[in-house]
Design a protein. Sequence first.
Length: 193
Amino acid sequence: MGYSQAQKAESRQRVLENASRQIREHGIEALGVADCMRSAGLTHGAFYGHFASRDALIVEALEYALGQSRERIAAREIGAGKRAETPLQSIAEAFLDERHVKNPGSGCALCALAGEARHASTDVRALLTRYLHEFTAHVAQATSSGDEKWALGIVATIVGAITLARAVDDDELAKSILSSSLALVLAQDSGGR
């Protein structure tokens, strides 16, 4: 008995969820098709029924991860007023948080892959570049100045802080990186230039 289109779509969704998590946790090169399919409850042989190649899976999984990031940013912006936060404060506090550092598999793909992206395919780099522009535009809208060049510096601070906090083996230093970066970003929100 064959699979219905709904079952196939559900299986594909599980594969994308697993692949996007694995890419953010372990990097692009570490993604193994067999392990990803097994984690999704499917056989390795079913892979080509869903994707043309491993590279195609990587691109779609990254698109999926970036879509999740977009949704989180939008939700933070909408909920900022309810929490008596500025939109920039809401975004910065969500990113520059220990939970984000400790859970890369459910976090921002740009933060997770920034260090290895220079070795990635042109398709992956193009997706991350497009997302960087989108994220910068969101941050610019969230700041009191609306300046995209200034916002790019804020995004670089956020991504760099997460990358460094994940790189060090000293929890106190990681916390200090996050809190110092958060203070720097929030100073920009109050016109601290």
